[in-house]
Design a protein around this ligand. Sequence first.
Ligand code: PLP
Length: 406
Amino acid sequence: MAYDIEEIRAKFPILLRKIDKKPLIYLDNTATSQTPRSVVDAVVSGYCDTKANVHRGVHTLSQEATELQEESRRRVKDYIGASSVKEVIFTRGTTEGINLVASSFGSLFPENGEIILTVMEHHANIVPWQLLQSRRPDIKIKVVDINDQGELLLSQYRSLFNDHTCMASFCHVSNVLGTVNPVKEMIEYAHSKGVPVLIDGAQAVPHMRIDVNDLDCDFYAFSSHKMYGPTGIGVLYGKREHLLRMPPYQGGGEMIAHVSFDGTTFADLPFKFEAGTPDFVGIGAFPKALDFMEEVGVGKIAEHEQELLEYAEAKMREIPGMRIFGNAPHKSAVISFLVGDIHHYDMGMLLDKLGVEVRTGHHCAQPLMHRLGISGTVRASFAAYNTREEVDAFIEALKRVIPILS
Ligand code: PLP
């Protein structure tokens, strides 16, 4: 079936919006993607038709709400190829998933343990490990560097492993460079050294189908709002053998079997890691986002985004003074760039006046900015609903604002 861009766009109400009387050109999809009507309708229905707290009531509404949440878990399990629903933990997003692992799994790390990260990590995959380090000063963090194309130095990665290495944690796709890392190969190597691996999949899952069993990762974290789903929810996949050994991350309702002042026993997986009332409305609506991706076809979305990426980059390279950060052969549809001495913030402000919404700044990757010797970039990123005409308008807008700011 052909890629029917108009049919896809019609599913996203926000795309009809104007910015300063100009048609919205939304190129900030790496930060969050827009939401199809089907997902919005499911959220509305969650509030209007079935709202009751989950796992707590015998009444009809509570049972319906619980069923929606647990059906969502089953759907996610199948979507990511997990072996069991016990391995699918609902979180607030990628950030919480990584914090959970760093805090809980990290508490089991041996003395003088070493964690391998990379220089291209989002702060969400740096700071949780540093927080662990602040409680456990014996723990060391080692960092893999990149080459000029923005690819990880794999020989350096391999050389960082030693007898103390107890964890490797890296992104599947960089939110700045777009680099798609060879995670399967990296996981295989870590496992050959007996080291578990967490993958930050925030920027991968919106653009490719993942299979956690095939990857054989120990943990995989991602966010719904970057893959056309509701905000405020995410998923942490974890291998059951690890989750069983890990202490709870937070305490409260839902995560207990029995509580007394003499001691508490915990609920089975996955509930041991889901303290308190979850965003059950968002979780219940999440499968509609997966439906959208499956109906269009994740492969087709990726193909479409790759075409836009190549088309846009070719046109951008013709602009004098253009510097694109991240030129890996295997790259996702993210373009981080600077032009001459123009400040990224000024460029973003003026592009906005022309209806073009791009992100500016350090993109929560300050160590990477430091490595690149810059304070920030402008970042344009594509999703299923972006068009060639939008790329043309973006390039025209760039050509208009550059002389004003130069
Ligand atoms: N990791 C990467 C690579 C990201 O791009 C982001 C968000 O941009 C995150 C983690 C954090 O995601 P969230 O804010 O949804 O928890």
